[in-house]
Design a protein around this ligand. Structure first.
Ligand code: R5P
Length: 333
């Protein structure tokens, strides 16, 4: 090619790459917010349930050749939302989208990432296989329950971290107070170490937590290890489900002399009666992101919801431009 002209006889596509955004029904507000940052509105989509619960989807614009990003928060009803994601991806594949990225801010079934006992599934792997079979080429997600889940998907997984967003809130709100970062169980110690680095090397404590595997949702917080007396304890978790983990941890921390307890978690899953439980606890503030939608009745006074949309939008932009998602995190991995 010379002088910027294509060689004789070749054809150059008028529009070689088009970023298109698609939203499932779970969290359209998040998709709209991402779209506003990107300057790309979600594609008009016909999406509804048949009377028997089956899902129908059809895009109202051509998706041929697009770089498609499907935004879906897989929340309650989880299996329905998951199926909706799959049929949306299938429709894009059959509509000749060039590349399909499943943007799942909250990865469903992540806690079943191994067989805890014999004769159990590895559901997180199954979800990855379903996404692949539907036609997803990549996954974009935030704070996986365990980082190894990235390896379940046969393709690129961009794993984003909410830590900078959450930590900025904590730094600003509790400036000048003595902080201790608390891992609510052994699985969070590595993340808690990153938090202490971010908060200028403050002390780290952790809770020895056990669960009765035969009783779902039952948490036993055994004891706290670390320097928590007279300090503002910042519990850092990936998600809040029943609230059992953070409420029991808070009880232990207060019993050990904590001045206050603040909770941060990326995903506020919060099925009932989690919000009520937190409201009635001594926890001062719970900080989550909007990876999942929270209905007004769950937005209790002590809950702060930070928007993950700017981070997702920046990551989508980097993926679209073949840029670097890693640079968004300044060394976190
Ligand atoms: C557990 O390993 C997770 O990191 C969370 O601590 C847990 O999922 C929270 O669940 P719950 O709110 O029901 O205690």
């Amino acid at each position: 090619m010379t002088g910027g002209q294509p060689p004789m006889g070749s054809i150059v596509a008028a529009n070689r790459k088009t970023l298109m955004l698609f939203s499932g029904r779970a969290n359209p507000a998040l998709a709209d917010e991402i779209g506003e940052v990107l300057g790309v509105a979600p594609t008009p989509t016909e999406l509804y349930d048949f009377p028997n619960g089956e899902i129908f989807v059809r895009y109202e614009d051509s998706v041929r050749g697009s770089d498609a990003f499907v935004v879906q928060s897989v929340n309650d009803p989880v299996n329905h939302r998951l199926m909706e994601t799959l049929v949306m991806i299938d429709a894009l594949k059959r509509g000749s989208a060039k590349r399909i990225t499943a943007v799942l801010p909250y990865y469903p079934y992540a806690r079943q990432d191994k067989k805890h006992r014999g004769r159990e599934p590895i559901s997180a792997r199954l979800v990855a296989d379903l996404l692949k079979t539907a036609g997803a080429n990549r996954i974009l997600t935030v704070d996986l329950h365990t980082a190894q889940i990235q390896g379940f998907f046969d393709g690129p997984v961009d794993h984003l971290f909410a830590l900078p967003l959450l930590a900025e809130h904590v730094e600003r709100t509790y400036a000048g107070q003595p902080l201790t970062v608390v891992a609510p169980d052994s699985g969070r110690v590595r993340v808690a170490e990153r938090w202490t680095d971010r908060l200028g090397g403050c002390p780290l404590a952790f809770i020895h937590k056990t669960r009765d595997v035969a009783t779902p949702g039952q948490v036993v917080a055994n004891r706290v290890v670390g320097d928590v007396a007279d300090r503002v304890c910042v519990i850092v978790d990936d998600e809040i489900q029943t609230g059992g983990t953070v409420c029991k941890a808070a009880d232990l921390l207060f019993a050990a002399g904590a001045a206050d307890v603040v909770v941060t978690a990326t995903h506020g899953v919060m099925p009932d009666p989690s919000a009520e439980r937190i409201k009635n606890s001594r926890i001062k503030e719970v900080v989550v992101t909007n990876t999942l939608p929270l209905p007004p009745e769950k937005q209790i006074d002590k809950l702060a919801v930070l928007s993950i949309a700017p981070l997702l939008a920046r990551a989508i932009r980097e993926v679209f431009d073949d840029g670097s998602v890693t640079t968004l995190f300044g060394g976190l991995s």
